[in-house]
Design a protein around this ligand. Structure first.
Ligand SMILES: COc1ccc(-c2ccn(CCC(=O)N3C[C@@H](C)O[C@H](C)C3)n2)cc1OC1CCCC1
Ligand SMILES: [Mg+2]
Ligand SMILES: [Zn+2]
Length: 344
């Protein structure tokens, strides 16, 4: 067919080719990629990874033009107005996932369908995100919170949105898969996106630890995953880690993501203030706590998760851990002096 080389028309093919040659690197600059892809980072990322890099579309009889049309619709349903939860974040998580799934320690463990499911789940995992948290939607009795009974409200909505589009004939790129594959693919994508809900973090981390322990002991250090649940756990851990991987990236990239998430939180705080609600943590632009929040998030969430991933992927992921410590020091050294002992 006459699809453009990168899935989308670009001004500067040489600049795009140069960026695409770096697509397997951890410090890929998604912000630059968004500009070069003419604000189609997700469509081009999905096409380059699934078609050019991994040839997964052909493996499952996926019609490339139909897949591209579908990804344009998904990308259009990420809110461009969200500072953080926009299509560039979706492309970032997909590209990060592509890097981790390319490490040999993991590459031999997962089937093509599992890799396809993890990459697709990453691409759609925040589609139609409103830039508001699950807690806010529940607190304001948003129709989504009513629909999903306050449980993984956003994550259920991202999945339903992505799969609803797949029902439309001119977007149904999965029609070439056989029924068994399509059912398993759908089940895995659902399990993977639901695992990006922060409320699942601690149980997921505990289960991954147990699985890594038992697998390494049983197979003298080699990662062997027997059951569907064990395989899914590790894939969920990989996608979730990529979803909260900002602090493991090169400092300029990490700082850019931090500015975006903070602005998105502040916009939620502005709405909470207007509604007379208590402001959610880190959402009050009149009482900023950026440095402390990042250090706290690293210490309690990101570091424990990436240390576990580092064990699972050993000897890989060590560069992420050292970058994480460097980035922690950056924010830790900038925590402002508290003028007085605040006992809040
Ligand atoms: C670059 O900084 C961050 C990047 C990503 C996250 C983060 C936490 C959980 N996720 C996964 C999705 C999720 O569950 N939520 C619920 C809520 C925490 O807001 C998140 C954005 C979305 N992502 C947090 C980050 O920093 C913390 C928040 C402000 C200071 C510390
Ligand atoms: Mg999410
Ligand atoms: Zn996300």
């Amino acid at each position: 067919g006459n699809l453009p080389k990168f899935g989308v028309e670009v001004e500067d093919e040489d600049a795009m080719s140069l960026m695409v040659s770096q697509i397997n690197t951890w410090n890929f600059d998604l912000f630059k990629f968004a500009v070069i892809s003419k604000d189609h980072p997700l469509v081009s990322m999905a096409y380059v990874i699934l078609q050019s890099e991994r040839n997964l579309l052909r493996s499952y009889n996926v019609d490339p033009p139909t897949f591209i049309k579908y990804m344009f619709v998904i990308e259009a349903n990420y809110h461009k107005t969200n500072p953080y939860h926009n299509a560039t974040h979706g492309a970032d998580v997909m590209q990060s996932c592509h890097v981790l799934l390319g490490y040999s320690v993991v590459e031999q463990v997962f089937t093509d369908l599992e890799v396809f499911a993890a990459l697709f789940a990453s691409a759609i995992h925040d589609v139609d995100h409103p830039g508001l948290s699950n807690q806010f939607l529940s607190n304001t009795s948003n129709e989504l919170a009513i629909l999903y009974n306050d449980h993984a409200v956003l994550e259920n909505h991202h999945l339903a949105t992505a799969f609803k589009f797949l029902q439309e004939d001119e977007l149904n790129w999965a029609s070439g898969m056989d029924d068994k594959q399509r059912q398993l693919f759908r089940k895995m994508v659902i399990d993977l996106v639901l695992a990006t809900d922060m409320s699942k973090h601690l149980s997921l981390l505990a289960d991954i630890k147990t699985t890594v322990e038992s697998s390494k002991v049983a197979h003298n250090g080699k990662l062997v995953l027997e059951s569907y649940n064990e395989r899914m756990l590790v894939l969920q851990g990989i996608v979730h880690s990529c979803d909260i991987s900002s602090a493991t990236k090169a400092l300029p990239i990490y700082k850019a993501w931090t500015e975006r998430i903070i602005e998105e939180f502040y916009q939620q705080g502005d709405r909470e203030r207007d509604l007379g609600l208590n402001l959610s943590p880190m959402c009050d632009r009149q009482n900023p706590s950026i440095e402390k929040s990042q250090v706290g998030f690293i210490d309690f969430i990101v570091l424990p998760l990436w240390e576990t991933l580092g064990e699972l992927m050993f000897p890989y992921c060590q560069e992420m851990l050292s970058q994480l410590n460097e980035n922690r020091m950056y924010y830790f050294s900038r925590i402002p002096e508290s003028p007085r002992c605040s006992i809040t």
